[in-house]
Design a protein around this ligand. Structure first.
Ligand code: ZN
Length: 287
């Protein structure tokens, strides 16, 4: 009898939803396939974020982006036995200056976390963790590649976001203008978002503001977010150089000027400056 049958199915469906034991429903929730009533447009879906913050140009720009959007933002760095600890050292300075120079953002900027990941150095084989010169590998990747690094970072970020009740994980990975690391690609990010959301049974969003922009556009984004004061802070305080050089001051910040990271930062800066001059005449700051 049709009526009994549909009542039975409705009952089973309610049981499955209430018990949370139905894998198919869980999967559908993650993919957003179930029909739902959208929230009112003035209600933000997400208000809290955890930013993977290394102390470099990209993650500092991502932090500014998150502070411009979210009510509470926490930061996460990793001590994984990197050869040059200067990135870890500059993090505190950047956070302090963010608070000091951007009073609108200061109340939103919450706790900073640093987790240790000694296993990455134990695995070896990368010029980021060992005293070997930069070189290209046979597989076409630079030997700065630390296999699985971002997968581990995101897994730990997911665990910390769970503990801290944060909804969005922000990372500065980019497909456009970088070394082709497979764990920085958009597909990897989407797969990690799904894996974390299922494995933690909590909806986590991985946000990648830099995924499709190049280094010149990353400087432009910083300018839009915080004007010249933010660009100046990024130039002066962030660190990108693979050799850990904080001695040589270039137009675009400190660095050896020779390594691939410096070269990328310099080329982006030059394109940004060339494009910014006409638009900036008379208005060096948006703030
Ligand atoms: Zn360098």
């Amino acid at each position: 009898m049709p009526r009994l049958s549909s009542a039975f199915h409705a009952h089973r469906l309610a049981d499955a939803v209430n018990s949370g034991s139905c894998a198919k429903l869980t999967e559908n929730r993650v993919f957003g396939l179930r029909r739902h009533v959208p929230p009112p447009t003035d209600m933000p879906l997400h208000t809290t974020a955890l930013v993977l913050f290394s102390g470099g140009q990209d993650s500092t720009t991502c932090l500014a982006d998150a502070l411009s959007k979210y009510e509470r933002v926490e930061t996460l760095g990793f001590d994984y036995g990197q050869r040059h600890r200067v990135e870890l050292d500059v993090r505190g300075t950047i956070l302090a200056k963010m608070r000091e120079r951007f009073p609108d953002w200061a109340p939103r900027l919450g706790e900073d976390h640093v987790l240790t990941l000694a296993a990455l150095a134990q695995l070896g084989g990368s010029s980021l963790t060992e005293e070997v010169a930069f070189a290209m590998q046979a597989d076409g990747l630079p030997n700065t590649f630390v296999p699985g690094r971002n997968l581990l970072f995101l897994t730990l970020a997911g665990a910390l976001a769970y503990r801290r009740g944060l909804q969005v994980i922000v990372t500065g990975v980019c497909e456009t203008d970088f070394s082709g690391y497979p764990d920085c690609r958009d597909d990897t990010m989407k797969a990690m978002q799904l894996a974390l959301s299922l494995g933690l049974e909590r909806r986590l969003v991985i946000e990648t503001p830099l995924m499709w922009i190049d280094k010149a556009e990353t400087w432009q984004l910083a300018h839009r977010l915080g004007g010249r004061p933010l660009v100046d802070l990024i130039v002066e305080e962030t660190h990108t150089c693979y050799l850990g050089d904080r001695v040589h001051r270039q137009d675009w910040g400190y660095g050896c000027g020779e390594c691939p990271a410096c070269e990328l930062r310099r080329k982006g800066w030059e394109r940004y400056v060339a494009a910014a001059v006409p638009a900036d005449e008379g208005t060096t700051s948006t703030r």
